[in-house]
Design a protein around this ligand. Structure first.
Ligand SMILES: NC(=O)c1ccc[n+]([C@@H]2O[C@H](COP(=O)([O-])OP(=O)(O)OC[C@H]3O[C@@H](n4cnc5c(N)ncnc54)[C@H](O)[C@@H]3O)[C@@H](O)[C@H]2O)c1
Length: 358
């Protein structure tokens, strides 16, 4: 049994689909300061099987019924992207804290609305950008903030692999699906440009913002050939640092994700693994002052469990939020919209002007 704190956050997971099965149920069960209190899914077969397997205290077919439970303290929203904002607003209205899967929303306007509701509620809203709980990426962030001095340039790349399913099938639990699962009216994969940006682009953008800070403007080019989609993006960081992002779905090789940062007092080279290997990024941090390179091991690579623990710490102990907050979630949606519009028009886009959907 995992060792548990005395006071634990009572979490309910909305959605018993792929990400709940592969990450959130186990994360709540293993978290030192949270419990899997409830699960909810409209699909009876899926919910009953997950209730039997994961043994939450309660299981609900109706989201409203779960939210009405006075013992429930927080919700993880693990549904299709199009449902995130309405589901998060209902939870906040019911007085529950929210950990919302990424991306926060699918349009700038709905994401901004959710941020307003969250801020007015006084409750915690965290976005499921779990890479912020990768110890290697956290070490890079700590050096950028406290040791590297002025950041000059940051490059980041996220290239899915054509071989990703054999990789993830080997390490994830067997995912159970249901014909009764609730899906958005519009098939999220009907437009693959949009789908890849929402599913993968938001991770790349959040890592770039986590390390490089706010993004003011983007200029993007998109190549669609050879069965690949490749976005190359020039980024203006608010700090004045230069940025370059590469989002490619999918490269004909291993999963390829990482970043480089150049600063006055050092440099960083990071290699990030497919998340389902639960391995912290290999991040080499070169310290100009003493000529050494250091790399944290990050033995605990369970980003999803660490994400729940960070969320619970913020709620239970008023610890500073280490995950992505509502402002980060909105900024990520703005950047996805900006990159999409820039690739379509060939012009740079100021993210303050970004509007509409990805
Ligand atoms: N952070 C990551 O690494 C990561 C990885 C994969 C997916 N995701 C995100 O997780 C989210 C969910 O993806 P998925 O593939 O698990 O989705 P999914 O469609 O497989 O599962 C969602 C489940 O939610 C249920 N549901 C939806 N609305 C409901 C409602 N109102 N009441 C009751 N049940 C409801 C559906 O019936 C379905 O079973 C997406 O936003 C995706 O971007 C994140």
């Amino acid at each position: 049994m995992p060792s548990k704190d005395e006071r634990r956050l009572r979490v309910g997971v909305l959605g018993c689909g792929q990400i709940a099965q592969a990450a959130h149920f186990e994360s709540c069960a293993k978290a030192r300061n949270a419990d899997l209190f409830a699960i909810c899914d409209i699909a009876d077969d899926l919910r009953e099987r997950m209730a039997w397997t994961h043994k939450p205290e309660k299981s609900f077919a109706s989201y409203d019924a779960m939210l009405a439970d006075p013992d429930l303290e927080a919700v993880i929203i693990a549904t299709a992207d199009a449902f995130h904002v309405p589901a998060a607003i209902r939870a906040l209205d019911a007085g529950k804290h929210v950990l919302c899967e990424k991306p926060l929303g699918v349009t700038v306007e709905e994401a901004e609305k959710l941020r307003e509701v969250a801020e007015a509620s006084g409750l915690v809203l965290q976005v499921g950008h779990m890479k912020r709980f990768d110890a290697g990426i956290q070490a890079a962030k700590a050096f950028i903030d406290d040791g590297m001095g002025e950041l000059v340039a940051l490059k980041a790349w996220y290239c899915d692999s054509t071989h990703r399913y054999p990789m993830t099938d080997a390490t994830q639990p067997l995912i159970v699906r249901s014909a009764g699962a609730r899906r958005p009216a519009e098939d999220p994969k009907a437009d693959l440009r949009r789908y890849f940006m929402l599913a993968h682009g938001c991770h790349l953008i959040d890592t770039a913002r986590y390390l490089g800070g706010d993004i003011l403007a983007v200029q993007a080019r998109l190549a669609e050939r050879g069965g690949m989609r490749c976005w190359f993006v020039d980024v203006d960081f608010a700090s004045g640092a230069l940025g370059h992002l590469d989002l490619t779905i999918a490269v004909r090789m291993d999963w390829h994700e990482g970043f480089q940062a150049y600063g006055r007092g050092g440099s960083i080279i990071g290699k990030t693994y497919n998340p389902w290997y639960f391995k912290s990024s290999d991040v080499d941090i070169f310290h100009e002052a003493d000529g050494t390179t250091r790399r944290v091991l990050g033995a605990d690579g369970h980003f999803y469990r660490r994400q729940v623990e960070g969320f619970a710490d913020t709620i239970l102990n008023a610890a500073p939020m280490t995950g992505a907050n509502a402002t980060d979630g909105v900024a990520s949606v703005r950047a996805m919209v900006g990159i999409s519009r820039s690739a379509e028009t060939g012009r740079p886009v100021a993210l303050s002007d970004a509007s509409g959907g990805v």
